[in-house]
Design a protein around this ligand. Structure first.
Ligand SMILES: NC(=O)c1ccc[n+]([C@@H]2O[C@H](COP(=O)([O-])OP(=O)(O)OC[C@H]3O[C@@H](n4cnc5c(N)ncnc54)[C@H](OP(=O)(O)O)[C@@H]3O)[C@@H](O)[C@H]2O)c1
Length: 218
């Protein structure tokens, strides 16, 4: 993305929110695809899209609303991070996604320190899986399913946590998973994650092959 493109989008964003009293900003938009792939298999356009949405857009929107919040001496910014970068040591085959979410957590924590004395609260929420269309069916149906809140349940818990620290995982089921994750050695996490993601990758490839055969017969 050229510098000019960034400047132009910032100008348009600032113009769009001029005069608005933005009290709470939730940077929720996120992209997780391509999911479970090796880095050398991903085409550059796909991972640039992930970086643009998860990292760059979140930064630009935050920078655009902050001046108004600072001027009014109040406001809250919630940035959607992920437990994949905060609660577990690696997220193999989803490396760019996890790396963008690590950026979100670090960015939020630093802003929290910078702006809390000026009345602006910045928080990163780092959930495990939530039952949205982002999560593949193979995960929604596996042993983790009792730990997957619905989007509504997540949103209710998320709203209650605003203003309570720079990093949180709002639902009780995710807090339990976080505790469990914290006692497992890193090597065990690494092994489990790689195994699970290779399994999901094989599952996805089988499904793609089946669909191709189906269309060929059709
Ligand atoms: N679901 C999970 O298990 C989970 C876990 C950890 C973190 N998160 C994070 O939570 C956030 C919400 O994810 P979700 O589960 O609700 O995923 P989702 O169902 O796939 O929704 C993604 C959202 O991002 C928006 N979006 C994507 N690309 C965009 C773009 N270029 N411009 C504008 N909007 C765009 C989508 O808008 P459209 O509807 O218009 O496409 C949609 O509202 C994400 O940041 C995600 O990384 C999710």
């Amino acid at each position: 993305m050229s510098r000019l493109a960034g400047d132009e989008s910032m100008r348009r964003l600032r113009a769009a929110i001029e005069g608005l009293d933005v009290g709470v900003l939730v940077n929720n938009a996120g992209v997780s695809k391509p999911y479970v792939v090796f880095l050398h298999e991903v085409d550059v356009e796909a991972w640039m899209k992930m970086v643009r949405v998860n990292l760059w857009a979140l930064t630009e929107v935050t920078a655009a609303v902050l001046p108004g919040m600072v001027e009014r001496g109040r406001g809250a910014i919630v940035n959607m991070g992920s437990a994949s970068s905060e609660a577990i040591p690696s997220f193999p085959l989803c490396n760019i996604y996890a790396a963008t979410k690590r950026y979100v957590a670090k960015f939020s924590r630093s802003l929290y320190i910078e702006y809390r004395s000026r009345g602006v609260d910045v928080q990163c929420q780092a959930p495990f899986f939530v039952a949205t269309r982002m999560v593949p069916r193979a995960i929604r149906d596996n042993w983790l399913s009792p730990f997957l809140p619905t989007p509504d349940a997540y949103a209710r818990a998320a709203a209650r946590w605003i203003g309570h620290g720079s990093l949180c995982s709002p639902t009780i089921s995710h807090q339990l998973l976080w505790c469990l994750a914290s006692v497992l050695p890193d090597a065990v996490h690494d092994w489990l994650r790689l195994r699970e993601h290779l399994r999901l990758r094989a599952h996805r490839k089988r499904a793609a092959r089946a669909s191709a055969t189906w269309h060929a017969v059709d």
